[in-house]
Design a protein around this ligand. Sequence first.
Ligand code: FES
Length: 573
Amino acid sequence: MTSKKKPEELRSFAWFGPDTLRGFSHRSRMLQLGFQREDFIGKPVIAIINTWSEINPCHAHLRERAEAVKRGVWQAGGFPVEVPAITITETYMKPSPMLYRNLLAMDAEEAIRSLPVDAAVLMGGCDKTTPALLMGAISANVPAIYLPAGPMLRGNWDGKILGSGTDVWKYWADRCAGVVSDEEWKGVEIGIARSAGFCMTMGTASTMTALSEALGMTLPGASSIPAADSNHVRLAMDTGRRAVEMAWEELKPTDVLTPASLRNAITVDMAIGGSTNAIIHLVALAHRLGFDLPLTRFDEISAHVPVLANIRPSGEYLMEDFFYAGGLRALMAEIRDLLDLDCLTVNGKTIGENIEGAVVLNHNVIRERSNPLMETGGTVILFGSLAPDGAVIKSVAADRRLWQHTGPAVVFHGFDDMEARVSRDDLVVDENSVLVLQNAGPLGAPGMPEWGLLPIPKKILARGIRDMVRISDSRMSGTAYGTCVLHVAPESYLGGPLALVQDGDLITLDIPSRKLDLLVSEEELAKRRAEWKRPEEKDKRGYLALYKEHVSQANEGCDFDFLKPVTPSAAKI
Ligand code: FES
């Protein structure tokens, strides 16, 4: 360890060191907690920002893991303090946990900034918690290291392996089509989530934790270790130890997170066939750093990166298999020529040093370069008259027969309208129709819920059809699959072209040409625009009012305008 600081130069020393009335107060209150002066004066104070909650099953083990982090902090000569932060639980928060990503980011930032903290261990994993904690840490810019909660074990029912989300959609469609019984459905329910940890498909949680490692914000290999594995306990302890060293070295998020590390994260996102949600979160992270990250950059990078992770929903396996196959270090070693290996990481070494010696142990799970799941373009960005500011589709999870498709729109004006009508016998729809959902974006829903996997109408399911083109300004679970165009910007609530679509309008999706067009004349659209009225504002108070006043559109990362850095950097990614 290189000690760059003297104890009196520690940030926490400003609280605990001075012989002043305030210093007296700070020391006496720590003594009130039963600690000795030598425990905390002149020692790195490590905040363990813990998003544990009984209502968050993905983080069920984080209380125990915080104890392991503390063990590491004490061993390394630091002083650990556990600081609870709000939890964002994907399953339970309505209408959308995405509403609260920025709130957790503010919570983390203000906890780190306002308390006597020399470094922070960030503990999360369930979807939005990873970007939120990283965004908060960037803005606080005090040394910080991320500890991913780890994926849960493989699901199991009746001898079949089940993946979070992915197999729910699959068996639900089968149940709606009448080929799965109530008893079988109950078996899926009890078997699909059988340990602590986050969703073990390549959903948003596994994607964002992998990207936190690719960004250099975790210890090497951290993102792939299952939550229930004893390696995860040792990881927690090592993370605590390393946080103490980082405090002495003053290794800050802005030393680690650079345009090159963001490019590495986008490259890895494409190679793992990551969740579409990662695009919004990476843009938000880039903007917190003051970097410019247009959506087109994702497409440019995606054009050179093969999809190698054979993980559901795009592939066959689950995160537990990915760990046994060598994990993210092995995958990154496989694409080392596409990465900037000189990027610094939180362990003080470069990405190149961290992946040294990593090998793929199972090429069915992590494909070879010569045999990718998809040559390039796992996630693509679409532009066109229906999405002037962009839209996103996970092409690797879409039915190839629909990659170039023109069909008539069937429009739902909101989620309730869709629920009420989508499976009615009198809905005018066939397998060539394009299902369109309006008012499901950052402002319209609000919170851009994961409604983008519009259900296939029952009468279409009954014909054995399992995919259709679906378009919305909402998001989709990273565990889901299908030809779903998402994040359409500007959103319909703001009067974007999506708001003007009517039943029967022809829409063209062309993934190879990156196009999404509404085939309606400009004259007709101008007429509809003049008649369009914004839906009545319902959220007039509290956090929702604050959110609606300040949130940006999907292509801008959905962050609050007042959380951007005061001085943006000129750096481009
Ligand atoms: Fe927490 Fe899926 S519900 S990651």
